[in-house]
Design a protein around this ligand. Sequence first.
Ligand code: SAH
Ligand code: SF4
Ligand code: F3S
Length: 437
Amino acid sequence: MEEPKTFFIKTYGCQMNELDSDIMVGQLTKRGLERVEDENGADLLIFNTCSIRDLAERKVMGKIGQLGRVRKRRPIIGVTGCMAMAKKEGIFRKLPHVDFVLGTNNITDLDEVLNDYIQSGRPSIRVDKQFEENLDYLVAKRDSKVKAYVSIIRGCDKFCTYCVVPYTRGPEVSRPPQDIIEEVRKLAAEGYKEITLLGQNVNSYGKDKPEWNCLFHDLLYQLDKIEGIERIRFLTSHPIDITLDLMYAIRDLPSVCEFVHFPIQAGSSRILRKMHRIYSKEEYLEKVHQLKSIVPNAALGTDIIVGFPTETEEEFLETYKVFEDIKYSVAFIFTYSPRQGTPALRWKDDIPEEVKLDRLHRLSDLHKRQVAEQYVGLLGTTREVLVEKRNRNGQLKGRTSCWKKVIFDGPDSLVGSIQKVHLHSFNHETLVGNISL
Ligand code: SAH
Ligand code: SF4
Ligand code: F3S
């Protein structure tokens, strides 16, 4: 088999997968392959997949399934990411035209797996449970020149009963602080202005390596010192690990954005217990109260699962009430999806789909109204916006430090700078403004 010359990569799922794709793009570019945006005609197709909900898996299966039928000239097809870990060899059975399967902990093996396949023409698979700590993050090739994801911890030890991530990404492994600092310095030197620190649970950073003496807030203090990085964000935080030290760091460090995504998942303590979230509603609300008293302008984000097994209408209304009280700026709301291999599978998925969807719609309607109110409150004010790029309609697009999307007119030279934008209107989830040059 010949060495492929071009590749196409499609990424599903979360930011961790996006960064893993950037690393694979870097590795393949280094190998001499050229990335193409059109899958037709590419010699190698990579699908970096997600398993979080059934729909996510079905999308990928459908997409790759189609390729088996219609193609004449066969490209090499690789499946990577979380579905590779969840289904392992099962992928070859379901999709016999897949040539290699590479798990989330084996990205460093991409070259080797490709070589194996090219030499033997036989399917190849690497799906180790343990993360390969030699992963070269510096090779990552990012699309944006302004903002970058930086991985600080991989895996998850929390084992929420509904979630596949601990099985698809393995146990928590923190990355050495000096490596993170080196990468962020390099990004700053290349002109990047914003970094988002990534992990399934960034605020348990360093707990697996007590000898480093560097917890998440310690890392923030170090990164804040790096010249050129104007904004530091982080995703995602588990409420249990949000400490007072972290709240003070958010308050005191100029580059750390006052936006915290810490998902409650459900507003009923009984459901939270069943989910194994290890906090009660009261404990969560107490954290929010502490955070708001230390960082009064903090904007909050959440993820929610509605229709978890046995969730009653009253329990759902507790979630609704939490929304009414907290007024999140960002909310991702999902209906419960049973996943193979998770503990929640022992309970019957007993909430009918239409009830789940009704709960989802009620919550997202409330959220939309609240976001609109937040936007009305912003009209007439001036906010600092980091300009990321020009959008399809020719306007400049950026975000406030609280992650609100803003568009306005201006020259290309402003991309990568922070501008004071006067906000005069909004449509849907985008604020519209203007600058005085
Ligand atoms: N580590 C993050 C979440 C990662 S998964 C955290 O703990 O906050 C992203 C979101 O997907 C979760 O927060 C949850 O709301 C949702 N999710 C995970 N498993 C799910 C399932 N089985 N069904 C529906 N939503 C799910
Ligand atoms: Fe999944 Fe829970 Fe880990 Fe988040 S904390 S990745 S929801 S197991
Ligand atoms: Fe999906 Fe894996 Fe992320 S399951 S949400 S791609 S960690």
